[in-house]
Design a protein around this ligand. Structure first.
Ligand code: PLP
Length: 405
């Protein structure tokens, strides 16, 4: 029989967070190994559950949720998102500019499918949350990576960004707070990105899914709030701020200058209609989540569970010889660097696999985030302090051994 092959559209699409190392880990688990998983930003398995009031509202509305909703989403849910947009000072947002999706993931894919033709380029950060690069490739475009500078707290290098703009560039992606680096960008830096977008007529895609997961009293500015004259698409959702990743609820808000983008917006409307609507049960969580008590605020305090775990993971990692790490100001991750003189790694996927085999700790290699050099890895600090300490003991032991090779 003829082999059934995947489409050529998938040739350059890659999503290593759930890639071959995870498959290997699953096989190890099937064989009875206990693996410490610091690989995926999924809060619930670590005891970070969605607030009760959200669950109660979803349950109370289950019957009403058995039909399709409007393709863009339930009115009340979008109204709540509109108020949130007003709080974040997003300019001129109306109900018709809000689209609810099955998580931000679906909307990223939708937004790129609707925009890109072969040859179009999108500026995406390196390191990035790799779905952005994958979605650009799947849509036939080319992700051009601008560097985020570790020496500058992982802030985007504006000159690098500027140098990579070509006549084919359509958009800039800004992930803030950032996954995997944990950087939170100040308004002055965001204003520089807006200025570039303005000069070159680029769309700004802002992935702000961690905008409430902030440490050390960091504050978050939506880039769209600084760009009333630029087309901005801001993405957010319930997965992280409200620990409801399994509900699959996200939204995108089209703000700023829209007149020249009517055709693209028609395309987005069509794509939203084609998938009928997003999961309606989950949509019922939005109003309560956005309007209710913001329990994330307690978790990120220095005494809160997330705050303590971030500090512990950062302290333990940076105490290991040859490991340095910018302390994250937001999100759920650390992105440490291994000094290449002490850790001459040729293939970081292999390195992460060796760690898994030897110590049963699962991380994701830095190149999985489109970071070019094999000298970083990502750590999720969602496990409780006992498990984090145990994972850090094992990572430390592995790295001690690696240095002595
Ligand atoms: N954007 C970023 C930066 C993320 O880290 C994630 C998930 O980890 C997503 C988007 C996807 O979120 P969702 O659960 O809304 O699809």
């Amino acid at each position: 029989m003829q082999p059934v092959k995947k489409s050529q559209k998938l040739a350059n699409v890659c999503y290593d967070i759930r890639g071959p190392v995870l498959e290997y880990a699953k096989r190890m688990e099937d064989e009875g190994h206990r693996i410490l998983k610091l690989n995926i930003g999924n809060p619930a398995p670590f005891g970070f559950f969605a607030p009760d009031e959200i669950i109660e509202d979803v349950i109370a509305n289950l019957q009403d949720a058995s039909g399709y909703s409007d393709s863009r989403g339930l009115f009340a849910a979008r109204k709540a998102i509109m108020h949130y947009a007003q709080e974040k000072q997003l300019p001129n947002v109306g109900m018709e500019n809000i689209y609810i999706g099955n998580g931000v993931s679906e909307l990223i894919v939708m937004a790129m499918q609707g925009l890109l033709d072969v040859g179009d380029e999108v500026l995406v950060p390196a390191p990035d949350y790799p779905l952005w690069t994958a979605a650009v490739s799947l849509a036939g475009g080319r992700a051009v990576h601008y560097v985020c500078d570790e020496a500058a707290g992982w802030f985007p290098d504006i000159e690098d960004m500027r140098g990579k703009i070509t006549p084919n560039t359509r958009a800039i992606v800004v992930i803030n707070p950032n996954n995997p680096t944990g950087a939170v960008y100040p308004p002055a830096l965001l204003a520089q990105i807006v200025e570039l977008a303005r000069q070159h007529q680029l769309i700004i895609y802002a992935d702000e899914i961690y905008d409430k997961v902030l440490y050390d009293q960091a504050s978050h500015t939506s880039i769209a709030s600084l760009a009333p004259d630029v087309l901005c698409i801001t993405m957010n959702g319930l997965s992280k701020n409200y620990r409801a990743a399994g509900f699959r609820v996200g939204w995108m808000i089209v703000s700023g200058e829209r007149h020249h983008a009517q055709d693209y917006i028609e395309g987005l409307n069509m794509l939203a209609s084609m998938r009928l609507c997003s999961n309606v049960q989950g949509q019922y969580a939005i109003q309560t989540a956005l309007g209710g008590y913001q329990s994330i605020d307690d978790l990120v305090l220095p005494t809160g569970r997330l705050g303590r775990q971030r500090d512990l993971a950062w302290e333990r990692l940076t105490a290991i010889p040859g490991v340095s790490c910018v302390k994250p100001q937001g999100a759920l991750y650390l992105f440490p660097r291994l000094d290449p003189k002490m850790y001459p790694i040729a293939d970081d996927q292999q390195f992460i696999l060796e760690l898994l085999r030897q110590e049963q700790v699962l991380l994701v290699q830095g190149t999985g985030f489109n970071w070019v050099n094999p000298d970083h890895f990502r750590v999720v600090f969602l496990p409780n302090t006992d498990d984090l300490n145990e994972a850090m003991d094992r990572i430390e032991r592995f790295l001690d051994g690696y240095r002595q090779r």
